[in-house]
Structures are given as structure tokens and as C-alpha cells.
Design a protein around this ligand. Structure first.
Ligand code: SAH
Length: 355
């Protein structure tokens, strides 16, 4: 070892690990890199290298995430992991979902979130700090290791956990690159979800990999969206659609809109018509993911009833727009969309007080 690394295990670059290995032959670096990124090993488990080297790597490349608890739901098919950040002690969560033939992990990109969407538990708790790319990648590696233990391949990564990915675009992009190049998950299996940060969408459009873009729309007119997704006051719908059009033109990928259905707020025939119009203003038309609103402590307005969710989906189909109703995973362990708060206290939004 020639120098002590101050970076965490998955923040360290290949060059930095090479420096740690000193004059060891080049294949040693490959062994260590593969151990970390394709075998999902802890340094002490990389048995292709000597015990002495393993011990030194373990000291030099500390993990960035300390496990606190994990909660299991859906008969073992959904697991929520609560982590403490080794640097600073803040808490974050990630959610691993197993399907018949593959697994998907939903990762956090910030501790907390500054976007203040009143119906989202992360938004209710406020912002703490940005995550580093290594802290994001380590959530993915841990999920891949857990999946491998049940003979399942981690196939998809969705940046839909705590935080706003495009308010931490640089670190998120570094994580995307590492997940793509070192772990080997292709861009079409990576999805970044955004509240609609236009400069972030523009930067993403100029990045080399065509990752999927999901936009958390929730309302198709500014008056209502200003209320549900406050950042809309800075980045209104017309400008957001323009940024989406630019992204589509560059990436040749379909965009999806997320829509959490809130009873009597955004689930009326008028909302379906306005949403359909926005979807069809994009080419190809946007796909809609309908999420029945999940309960959160700070928002008392109810979600749309299941039969009305189906009705809303049918109205969209009749208007020529494809919509999928998301199956809610892990609501009993507060692991579903918008429920991740990592145990933080929340504040009541104004709508929840009047609603
Ligand atoms: N900040 C990013 C990433 C979070 S993704 C974004 O907003 O896209 C989490 C998704 O769950 C977003 O679409 C968010 O709007 C949605 N969501 C938040 N609270 C929810 C709730 N209570 N019920 C259902 N979906 C919710």
C-alpha cells in the first residue's frame, strides 16, 4: 500500500485502487475490481488475492453504509434496507424487489429531499445532504449480493428512492457510469426519476448513455402542479415538456410520467384529458405509471379507491394513452413509492391540514 485512501469502497476509482496495489501485477487489479463489482464481495472475501492484501484492502477501502435494519414484505419479495451513512451518520433507505425472473433495486440519491412535495414522506422530512456516487453504487452492490444469494440476477436499477436525482446530477451520473461499466447493467435497465428539474434533464440529454427518464408529473395544469409539486413554480409544465422533447430527440427513448392518484384532487375526467394531451404532445407518446397514493404521516388526503384507479386508467386508454397501474410493493413496511423517510420526523403540509 502506498497511500491511505480517504474514499469509501465504491467511491474509489480503478486508478486509485491501482495506486493502493503499488507494484502488484496488473491482473491483481482486475481480480480486486471483479471481486468488488461482479462478485459483490467484501474485500476480505476476495479470495483470488492473498490474505495479506485482502486485509490491507479492507482497511483502505471502508464501506460507506452501515446496516441498521431490514424489513421484509410481500412474502419475502420486497425488502427495505435502512442504512446509516458511515460519513455523518444520516439515514437512508433502499428497496429490493424480487420478481419471477429478475430483481429491481430502488436506490436513494440524497439523504432527505429539498423538493417539498407535500404527499411524499421524504419531502415532508426535508433535506440533509447529497450522497456520493459510491454511496449510491454501494446500495446497488448490496442489492446484487442479496439477489445472488437467492440465485437471482439484479436486472434493473431505479433512482426512485429518497432524494431528487437531478439535484445531485453529477454524483448520480458517476454512479450510472460505474453501474453500467463495472457491474454491467445496461442503460435501458437504468431509470432516473425526476420531479422535473429542467437543467438536470438538459444535462442528462447531453450525457452519453440513453437511460430511461421518468417524470413525476402528478398534475397536468400549472395551478394544481404548483400545489402538489412546488418546484413547478420554477419549472412550469410547458418548459418541462420542451425539455422532455429535447431528451426524446437525443435519446430515442420513451419517457414515462408518474402519477400518484389522489382522491378528488387529480383523478377526475378533466385530469385524464389534460394528462392525455401532454402525453401525446411527446413523440413517441409518454407512458403513464399510475400509483395509487400511498399513505404518509404528513398528508391526510386519501388515495383514489382501486375501482376509480382502474376507471382513470381506462379513460387514458380511451384517449389513446398507455397506462400501467403500479402494484404497490411494501406498503406495510413503508417501502412503497413516497414512503421512504428513514425514520425522520415529518411536517404536515398545508393541504393535509385543510384536506
Ligand atoms: N425525486 C424523484 C425521485 C423519487 S421517485 C421524483 O420525484 O421523481 C418516487 C416517486 O414516488 C415519485 O414519482 C413521487 O412523486 C412518488 N410519490 C411520492 N409520494 C408518494 C405517495 N405518497 N404515494 C405514491 N407515490 C408517491
Amino acid at each position: 500500500m502506498t497511500e491511505k485512501l480517504i474514499k469509501s469502497r465504491y467511491d474509489a476509482s480503478r486508478e486509485e485502487i491501482a495506486t493502493l496495489l503499488g507494484d502488484a501485477p496488473k491482473y491483481r487489479l482486475d481480480q480486486v475490481w471483479q471481486g468488488l463489482y461482479t462478485e459483490f464481495q467484501e474485500p476480505l472475501g476476495i479470495t483470488t488475492v492473498s490474505k495479506d492484501l485482502r486485509t490491507r484492502l479492507d482497511e483502505a477501502l471502508p464501506s460507506s453504509l452501515v446496516p441498521v435494519t431490514s424489513s421484509v414484505s410481500d412474502r419475502g419479495d420486497t425488502t427495505k434496507f435502512l442504512w446509516q451513512l458511515a460519513n455523518g451518520g444520516h439515514k437512508i433507505e433502499s428497496v429490493l424487489m424480487h420478481y419471477a425472473d429478475r430483481a429491481t433495486v430502488c436506490v436513494s440519491t440524497q439523504a432527505g429531499c429539498a423538493m417539498a412535495c407535500g404527499f411524499c414522506a421524504t419531502g415532508q422530512a426535508g433535506f440533509t445532504r447529497q450522497l456520493t456516487s459510491g454511496e449510491i453504487v454501494e446500495q446497488v452492490v448490496h442489492a446484487a449480493r442479496t439477489s445472488a444469494a437467492r440465485d437471482q440476477r439484479l436486472a434493473n436499477v431505479v433512482f426512485m428512492g429518497m432524494g431528487e436525482p437531478l439535484a445531485n446530477e453529477e454524483a448520480v451520473w458517476q454512479a450510472v457510469t460505474r453501474i453500467h461499466e463495472a457491474i454491467g447493467i445496461s442503460a435501458r435497465h437504468l431509470t432516473i426519476s425526476t420531479v422535473g428539474i429542467i437543467p438536470g434533464i438538459n444535462t442528462l440529454a447531453d450525457r452519453p448513455l440513453p437511460v430511461n427518464l421518468a417524470v413525476s408529473l402528478h398534475a397536468a395544469r400549472n395551478e394544481l402542479r404548483n400545489e402538489l409539486v412546488p418546484i413547478n413554480k420554477r419549472y412550469p409544465i410547458e418548459d418541462l415538456m420542451q425539455a422532455c422533447r429535447k431528451y426524446l430527440a437525443k435519446k430515442n427513448r420513451r419517457i414515462s410520467f408518474e402519477w400518484a392518484l389522489i382522491k378528488d384532487v387529480n383523478d377526475t375526467p378533466r385530469d385524464a384529458r389534460e394528462l392525455a394531451k401532454l402525453c401525446k404532445s411527446l413523440k413517441p407518446s409518454a407512458h403513464v405509471n399510475l400509483i395509487p397514493l400511498n399513505p404518509t404521516p404528513g398528508y391526510l388526503t386519501k388515495g383514489t379507491a382501486p375501482e376509480d384507479v382502474r376507471e382513470f386508467a381506462m379513460q387514458l386508454e380511451d384517449l389513446g394513452v398507455n397506462a400501467t397501474v403500479r402494484r404497490n410493493r411494501g406498503t406495510d413496511i413503508a417501502a412503497a413509492c413516497g414512503q421512504l423517510a428513514a425514520g425522520q420526523p415529518v411536517t404536515l403540509s398545508s393541504r393535509s391540514v385543510v384536506g
